[in-house]
Design a binder for this molecule. Sequence first.
Ligand SMILES: Cc1cc2nc3c(=O)[nH]c(=O)nc-3n(C[C@H](O)[C@H](O)[C@H](O)COP(=O)(O)OP(=O)(O)OC[C@H]3O[C@@H](n4cnc5c(N)ncnc54)[C@H](O)[C@@H]3O)c2cc1C
Length: 508
Amino acid sequence: MNIKKIAIVGGGTAGWLAANHLGKMAVNHDHLSVTLIESPDIPTIGVGEGTVPAIRQSLQSFGISETEFIRSCDVTFKQSIKFANWLDNTKHAKDNFYHHLFDMPGPIGEDLTRLWLLKKGKPYAQSVSPQHAVCEAYKGPKTIRDAEYRGHLGYAYHLNAAKFAKLLGANACEKFNVEHITANVGKVILGPEGEIKSLETDTKGTLEFDFYIDCSGFASLLIDKALKVPFVSKAEQLFVDKAIAVQVPTAADAPIPPFTIATAHQAGWIWDIALSNRRGVGFVYSTKYMDDVAAEEKLNKYLGGKLDQYQHRTLPMTVGYRERSWEKNCVALGLAQGFLEPLEATSILLTDFAAGFLADRFPTTTELQSLTRDRFNHVMQYAWERVVDFIKLHYCLSDRTDSQFWIDNRLPETMSAELTKRLSLWQSFVPNREDFFSKFEIFDLENYLYVLYGMESMPEVGSCDIQINEATLEQHKKLELIANKMADELPEHRQLLDKINRYGLQKI
Ligand SMILES: Cc1cc2nc3c(=O)[nH]c(=O)nc-3n(C[C@H](O)[C@H](O)[C@H](O)COP(=O)(O)OP(=O)(O)OC[C@H]3O[C@@H](n4cnc5c(N)ncnc54)[C@H](O)[C@@H]3O)c2cc1C
């Protein structure tokens, strides 16, 4: 049987990302239509302000102008996550920090890494990429003369999530003919084989489709409530389970850091994300190790005693993912599929990746479904597990001993077998590309190098064979010059954004 009608339930970032991916695919199939149903009463989660560079490719493929995106979503450029106080400040510097940059380590990065291991003068990121200097100078990754989506350095964005969903929505409806229905979905009617047959709504009657995408957020209306697919909890590995999110106004001329700041505290960490007109700040913590009162006090201290002046809300977080994100004729995406804490901004990334993967292999007949379904579930499960490992890496490498939270994070039973194996390998060897053999490994060699060596977790020099040649030394010198030149010549971040907002970037 042909699949003709696709329904997406939910109009948050996940729903509209899916609408663009699937809508773009469907315009090339005469018989396929995409409808998005969104509740007029249930708000979107509205946080999710940090992205990773892969989002640029998707936005460009949807035909969204980077200028329009920057203007309409209060966007700033994100070139790194700056991790502060993730190491014991009695053994390391009091305000220790490192950058997880978006630019790859040097053009001959693996060699520069080896050189750094021998010398270890400056922080790792500073020794292998000019982006460290650019970030610390609060400079942008491009100039007004660079075309849309092109930059001198790798970059992603910070954005206003509610405005982003609106932009994606307008694009999907105008360019890809996605139909938008506003109604509350109530009962989900199942067919004889347990598949979803139709949806009962409060204002639009019963709606019948062939294929369903669950983007209903934490409600998981289809994949959980109707299809009862089990949830794989990751709470034993990743402990944080609550966040307090605040919006802090900023002055129109305040400097804008071109990176997310993630500051560790006794039972979690604080995000600090600068948009063009405000800061989004969030206190993320584990309720097992810190109570709500203490969390509010700590956040208040971080905000200079001004917490009461700002609107804030508390968000419980269930950490884990669906055992099968594709069940029968339904695929769950976004928070309905799963959620890991926001460190490293993985949620929009995983949604974008999964929606793109689904659109590429969308089964146009019911007979094709089982082929793609098994593959999709296998890939998603692998991707989630490796993202869990990458987030866990930040905690288990820490040598902080100032609270039980950090001590427990190093317990071997809280790490996956794969992560344990890799970490013991990397005690004797420098990680290399072959350690990352799947293309569904969302975080790759470079990401691990920045975190491992930013956290000062290096192999003993001597235990690994490190040889340096003249070309590497030359490259190192050249990199220093490039870093100084870029930090000097690239435009100041806020000035760049002001110019883009006023004049726009060249279209490609
Ligand atoms: C504290 C926190 C911080 C985060 N930070 C980041 C970050 O920095 N980077 C990142 O990538 N991600 C982050 N995320 C995750 C990010 O917020 C989500 O990935 C993103 O917002 C997508 O959410 P969603 O669309 O799946 O769900 P939601 O935004 O919750 O949308 C759900 C949609 O379903 C609709 N709906 C629900 N029930 C019904 C119904 N019965 N009938 C009809 N419609 C219905 C709602 O109306 C809504 O439109 C963070 C999340 C949290 C909790």
